[in-house]
Design a protein around this ligand. Structure first.
Ligand SMILES: C[S@@+](CC[C@H](N)C(=O)[O-])C[C@H]1O[C@@H](n2cnc3c(N)ncnc32)[C@H](O)[C@@H]1O
Length: 275
């Protein structure tokens, strides 16, 4: 029996939004649900890691609009990201089904997807985020790290310098956007050795200067292998670092038993007669 779906003319014109993740590696990380959001959209906006991935996306939809050209050296990324939100919202308000495609996971270290969803919902439009495989997921696989073993802190590298944060050297430390560390202007594509030296000076309060640092780049094309470069902390300012690398520090000290908590739990076990 066929279903009768009644639509008012208002519904027919109602815009909607989906922000989806493309994953990190071309061809293998896109989920069926993310693909279906792309294929069913009226218009697709793309913020991807490279031109080849964008060409692949163009094979899935005839109207893919790249967001890359809104970046410019000397222009604040804050302005660029707001422009992305405005572009997507313009089409949503015009009644279009809009899909924003972002590399990795659209909600990880990505301001615009969260913002545009917030704005769309505030204006009464349906808006959804569809997760993707991020650089974080890839690094657990490629480096053999289980974040549950010692715990794992993630920081945007500049935030560690701009704010007083507490690093826990008994767990893993994952630093994002180290290539841009210390850029208060948000206008540069990279900073450089002097800025990274400030980061090293900060980290040296919790890690010895000969502590291993992993510079990691996961494969973005299926023909590539992950790049895993191991150095010591003191050398971090001198290496070449691209915008597509994440920096990982393994724990520097052992977990310290919390004797007071263990005692309290033992008392509870006695109270509840747990052997
Ligand atoms: C703006 S964030 C985007 C993250 C992305 N949304 C995700 O889900 O992974 C950019 C940062 O992601 C990390 N990143 C980007 N591409 C990467 C790659 N191929 N391998 C490892 N880390 C990468 C770097 O730390 C970089 O500075």
């Amino acid at each position: 029996m066929s279903k009768l779906i009644l639509r008012t003319s208002n519904d027919a014109q109602r815009g909607s939004l989906a922000c989806v993740g493309m994953g990190m590696t071309l061809g293998s990380h896109l989920t069926p649900l993310a693909r279906s959001h792309i294929e069913q959209a009226d218009v697709v906006f793309a913020a991807l890691s490279d031109g080849t991935v964008e060409m692949w996306l163009q094979r899935m939809h005839p109207d893919v609009r790249s967001l890359q050209s809104y970046y410019a050296e000397g222009k604040s990324r804050r302005i660029t990201y707001q422009q992305w939100v405005d572009l997507m919202m313009f089409e949503v308000r015009a009644g279009k089904k809009v899909c924003g495609v972002f590399y990795g996971h659209p909600g990880i270290f990505a301001w615009s997807p969260h913002k545009v969803i917030e704005v769309a919902r505030a204006e009464g439009f349906a808006a959804h985020m569809e997760p993707g495989i991020s650089a974080e997921d890839c690094l657990y696989a490629d480096l053999g790290i289980d974040p549950g073993r010692f715990g794992c802190q993630h920081f945007e590298a500049s935030q560690l310098l701009f704010y007083e944060r507490r690093i826990d050297p008994t767990g893993y430390l994952i630093l994002w956007q180290v290539g841009l560390v210390g850029d208060l202007s948000l206008k540069r594509f990279s900073t450089g050795p002097a800025y990274r030296q400030v980061l090293v000076d900060l980290l040296s309060k919790d890690y010895p200067l000969d502590h291993e640092v992993i510079i990691y780049r996961c494969a973005t094309l299926p023909i590539q292998k992950p790049r895993i470069h191991r150095i010591v902390l003191r050398d971090l300012p001198d290496v070449t670092l691209t915008a597509e690398e994440t920096v990982i520090l393994a724990p520097a000290s052992p977990l310290k038993p919390n004797l007071a908590m263990r005692e309290r739990l033992a008392d509870l076990d006695k109270e509840y007669s747990i052997a």
